[in-house]
Each structure stands twice: as C-alpha cells, then as structure tokens.
Design a protein around this ligand. Structure first.
Ligand code: DGY
Length: 324
C-alpha cells in the first residue's frame, strides 16, 4: 500500500499530479478550510500532510494522527504548527523558504509606494469621477527617493527589500538578532539598534518571524518613537504589530501611514484600520504571484514525498528529528 498524503486544500494541478505519481493523495472534493475536527478525522490514518498557514496543527491534532510522519507547510512561516509537539512525536515539519523571497519583497515595495503616494486613494478618487482638474495640493504624499529605510529583520526578504531600495538611493538602517557584515558590505545597510532606527526611519519595514519574543514587536512605545512623517510596512506576520496601538497611531498622527498585508487575527482586520485612509490593506498576498504560488506548492509536495520515501526533505524546520 502506498502512503497516504492528505492535502488540506486544493493545490495547483501540477503539484497534485506530482504527488499522485508517488503516493495515495487524499483531497476533499471541495476546496474549503477543514474544521479542526475534520482535519483530525482525515489525519487519523494519513502518513503525511500538506497544509496551509490557515490550518492550525497543534499538539492535540498531532496526538490523534498516529501514523503521521511529515507536515509540509505551503509557506515559509510556520507559526501555525506546533513544531515542538511535532518533534516530540518524531514528525518532520517542512516549509518553503527561498522561492517566495523576491515576490514578497516586490509586494513589500508595492505597499510602501502605495501608502506613501496614496495610490489606493487616488484610484478611488479617479473612479468616483472626482478628478475635475489638476491640483497643486491634490493627494500629496511622502517622497521615497533618498529617504531613510529602516529594516527590522535582515533575513532573505529583508535583504531583497534592501536590494530594491538601492534603486531609490535610500539610506538603509537595519537591526537583527545577528549582525551581518557581509550584507553590510554588499548592500550598504548600516547596523543600528532598533531604538535608533525607529527614530530615524522615514519608512520602517518589518521582516521578523513570529516568535514569542516578536509578539507586538511594534507596539505603542515603538510607534511613539517614530517620526510623524514616517510610514510602517508589515508583510511578515500580523501579531508582530499591535494593531490597536497602530490604529491609534494613525488616528492621532503619531505616524503618517501604514501598508499592511497581515493582521493579528486573520482574516479579521482591526476596525480602526478599516476606517482610516492612512492604511493600505491587503489580504495576505505578499507571495501571491502565479509562478511563486506554484513553486511553493511544488516544494511542499517534494518535501512531503521525500519524507514518505525515507529520504531527507530539502527544507526541514526541525532537522533534529531526522537523525544524522
Ligand atoms: C509565508 O510563506 O509565510 C507567507 O506568509 C505566505 O506566503
């Protein structure tokens, strides 16, 4: 009997076909989110799971999945999975690093430019037939070229954002848990403590993973340190920013605007963010290019297939369970 691989959601055809060449694929006829109870039932006799960041894979679920050997997330972030619980059960967890870096950096820039130059407001204004004549003071925004970009988290995506910023002749400051002299040399980014970056950045972009220590990494004290003309961009994980504090910061003018792709309790968006035009809001589409989403799905399937075939997967996040 071939191993059974559960796909929690429909994947692009090519990724499903690849899986079908090697294992028995289980996939619901309808593409909708499975409730925890449904997911638990489907996993009871499955050997592998390919899931999305909207699936919560917690200790209780893993406990019921007695045959499970691999959880392959179709995302680079994996805060939806209790990795420690998986490791205790010798279940391999994998993610999809690398393939979405450039696409997510592009989208970070889309948000940055959109919020600074009020693209969304301008579009709404034009469609509403309000454009009657050119105006010297119409929809004025903030300049990007030559300004200071603060990057919190200089991992793959943070670096890809910095690479683009060079084209805008920006001064770049970064903070990260580990200083990166090679990146400083290559990209011209300057290491500074977070406190300094908050005070000096005209644009602050956050690229840290969601960990207990990065929960509300940008909260009221941080927002109050920023310039009233500064913009915040977050395409990492929602809970990294305290949304209530951000809504207040925008309402009271502590900062000029925010471009957000992620939220604390997705798909819910804080009402204070929905009501302000100073925020450009996207539905977590940072990696959503056709090519990248296909690559992510394929990568997740390859990770799952490798484990089910007794091979080392390309992208384990808990390699300690694999042994040497
Ligand atoms: C990820 O991969 O973690 C993104 O949030 C979705 O692409």
């Amino acid at each position: 009997m071939p191993p059974t691989l559960l796909l929690s959601r429909h994947l692009p055809d090519e990724a499903v076909a690849l899986a079908r060449q090697h294992v028995a694929v289980r996939m619901a006829p309808e593409d909708r989110r499975l409730s925890p109870a449904e997911l638990g039932r489907q996993l009871q006799d499955a050997d592998g799971l390919v899931c999305l960041l909207t699936d919560t894979v917690d200790a209780a679920l893993l406990e019921r999945a007695t045959r499970l050997r691999v959880v392959a997330n179709v995302a680079v972030g994996y805060n939806n999975i209790d990795v420690a619980a998986a490791s205790r059960r010798k279940i391999v967890v994998t993610n999809t690093p690398g393939v979405l870096t450039e696409t997510t950096a592009d989208f970070t820039w889309a948000l940055l430019l959109a919020v600074a130059r009020r693209v969304v407001e301008a579009d709404a204004y034009t469609r509403a037939g309000q454009y009657k004549e050119w105006g010297l003071q119409l929809l004025l925004g903030g300049d990007v070229f030559g300004r200071t970009l603060g990057i919190l988290g200089l991992g793959r995506i943070g670096k890809a954002v910095a690479r683009r910023a060079r084209g805008f002749s920006m001064r770049m400051l970064y903070d990260d848990a580990v200083r990166d002299p090679a990146a400083e040399q290559e990209l011209g980014v300057v290491y500074q403590p977070k406190k300094t970056i908050l005070a000096e950045a005209d644009f602050l972009t956050v690229h840290v993973p969601l960990l207990p220590e990065t929960h509300h990494y940008i909260g009221e004290p941080e927002l109050r340190r920023m310039k009233p003309t500064a913009y915040l961009v977050n395409a990492s994980r929602g809970p990294v920013v305290d949304e209530a504090a951000l809504a207040r910061a925008l309402r009271e003018g502590w900062i000029a605007g925010a471009g957000l792709d992620v939220y604390e309790d997705e798909p819910r968006v804080h009402p204070g963010l929905l009501e302000t035009r100073k925020a450009v809001l996207a539905p977590h589409i940072g990696s959503a290019s056709i090519e990248t989403r296909h690559l992510m799905a394929r990568m997740a399937v390859e990770n799952a297939l490798a484990v089910l075939a007794g091979r080392r997967p390309p992208n384990p996040v808990n390699p300690e369970v694999l042994g040497s």
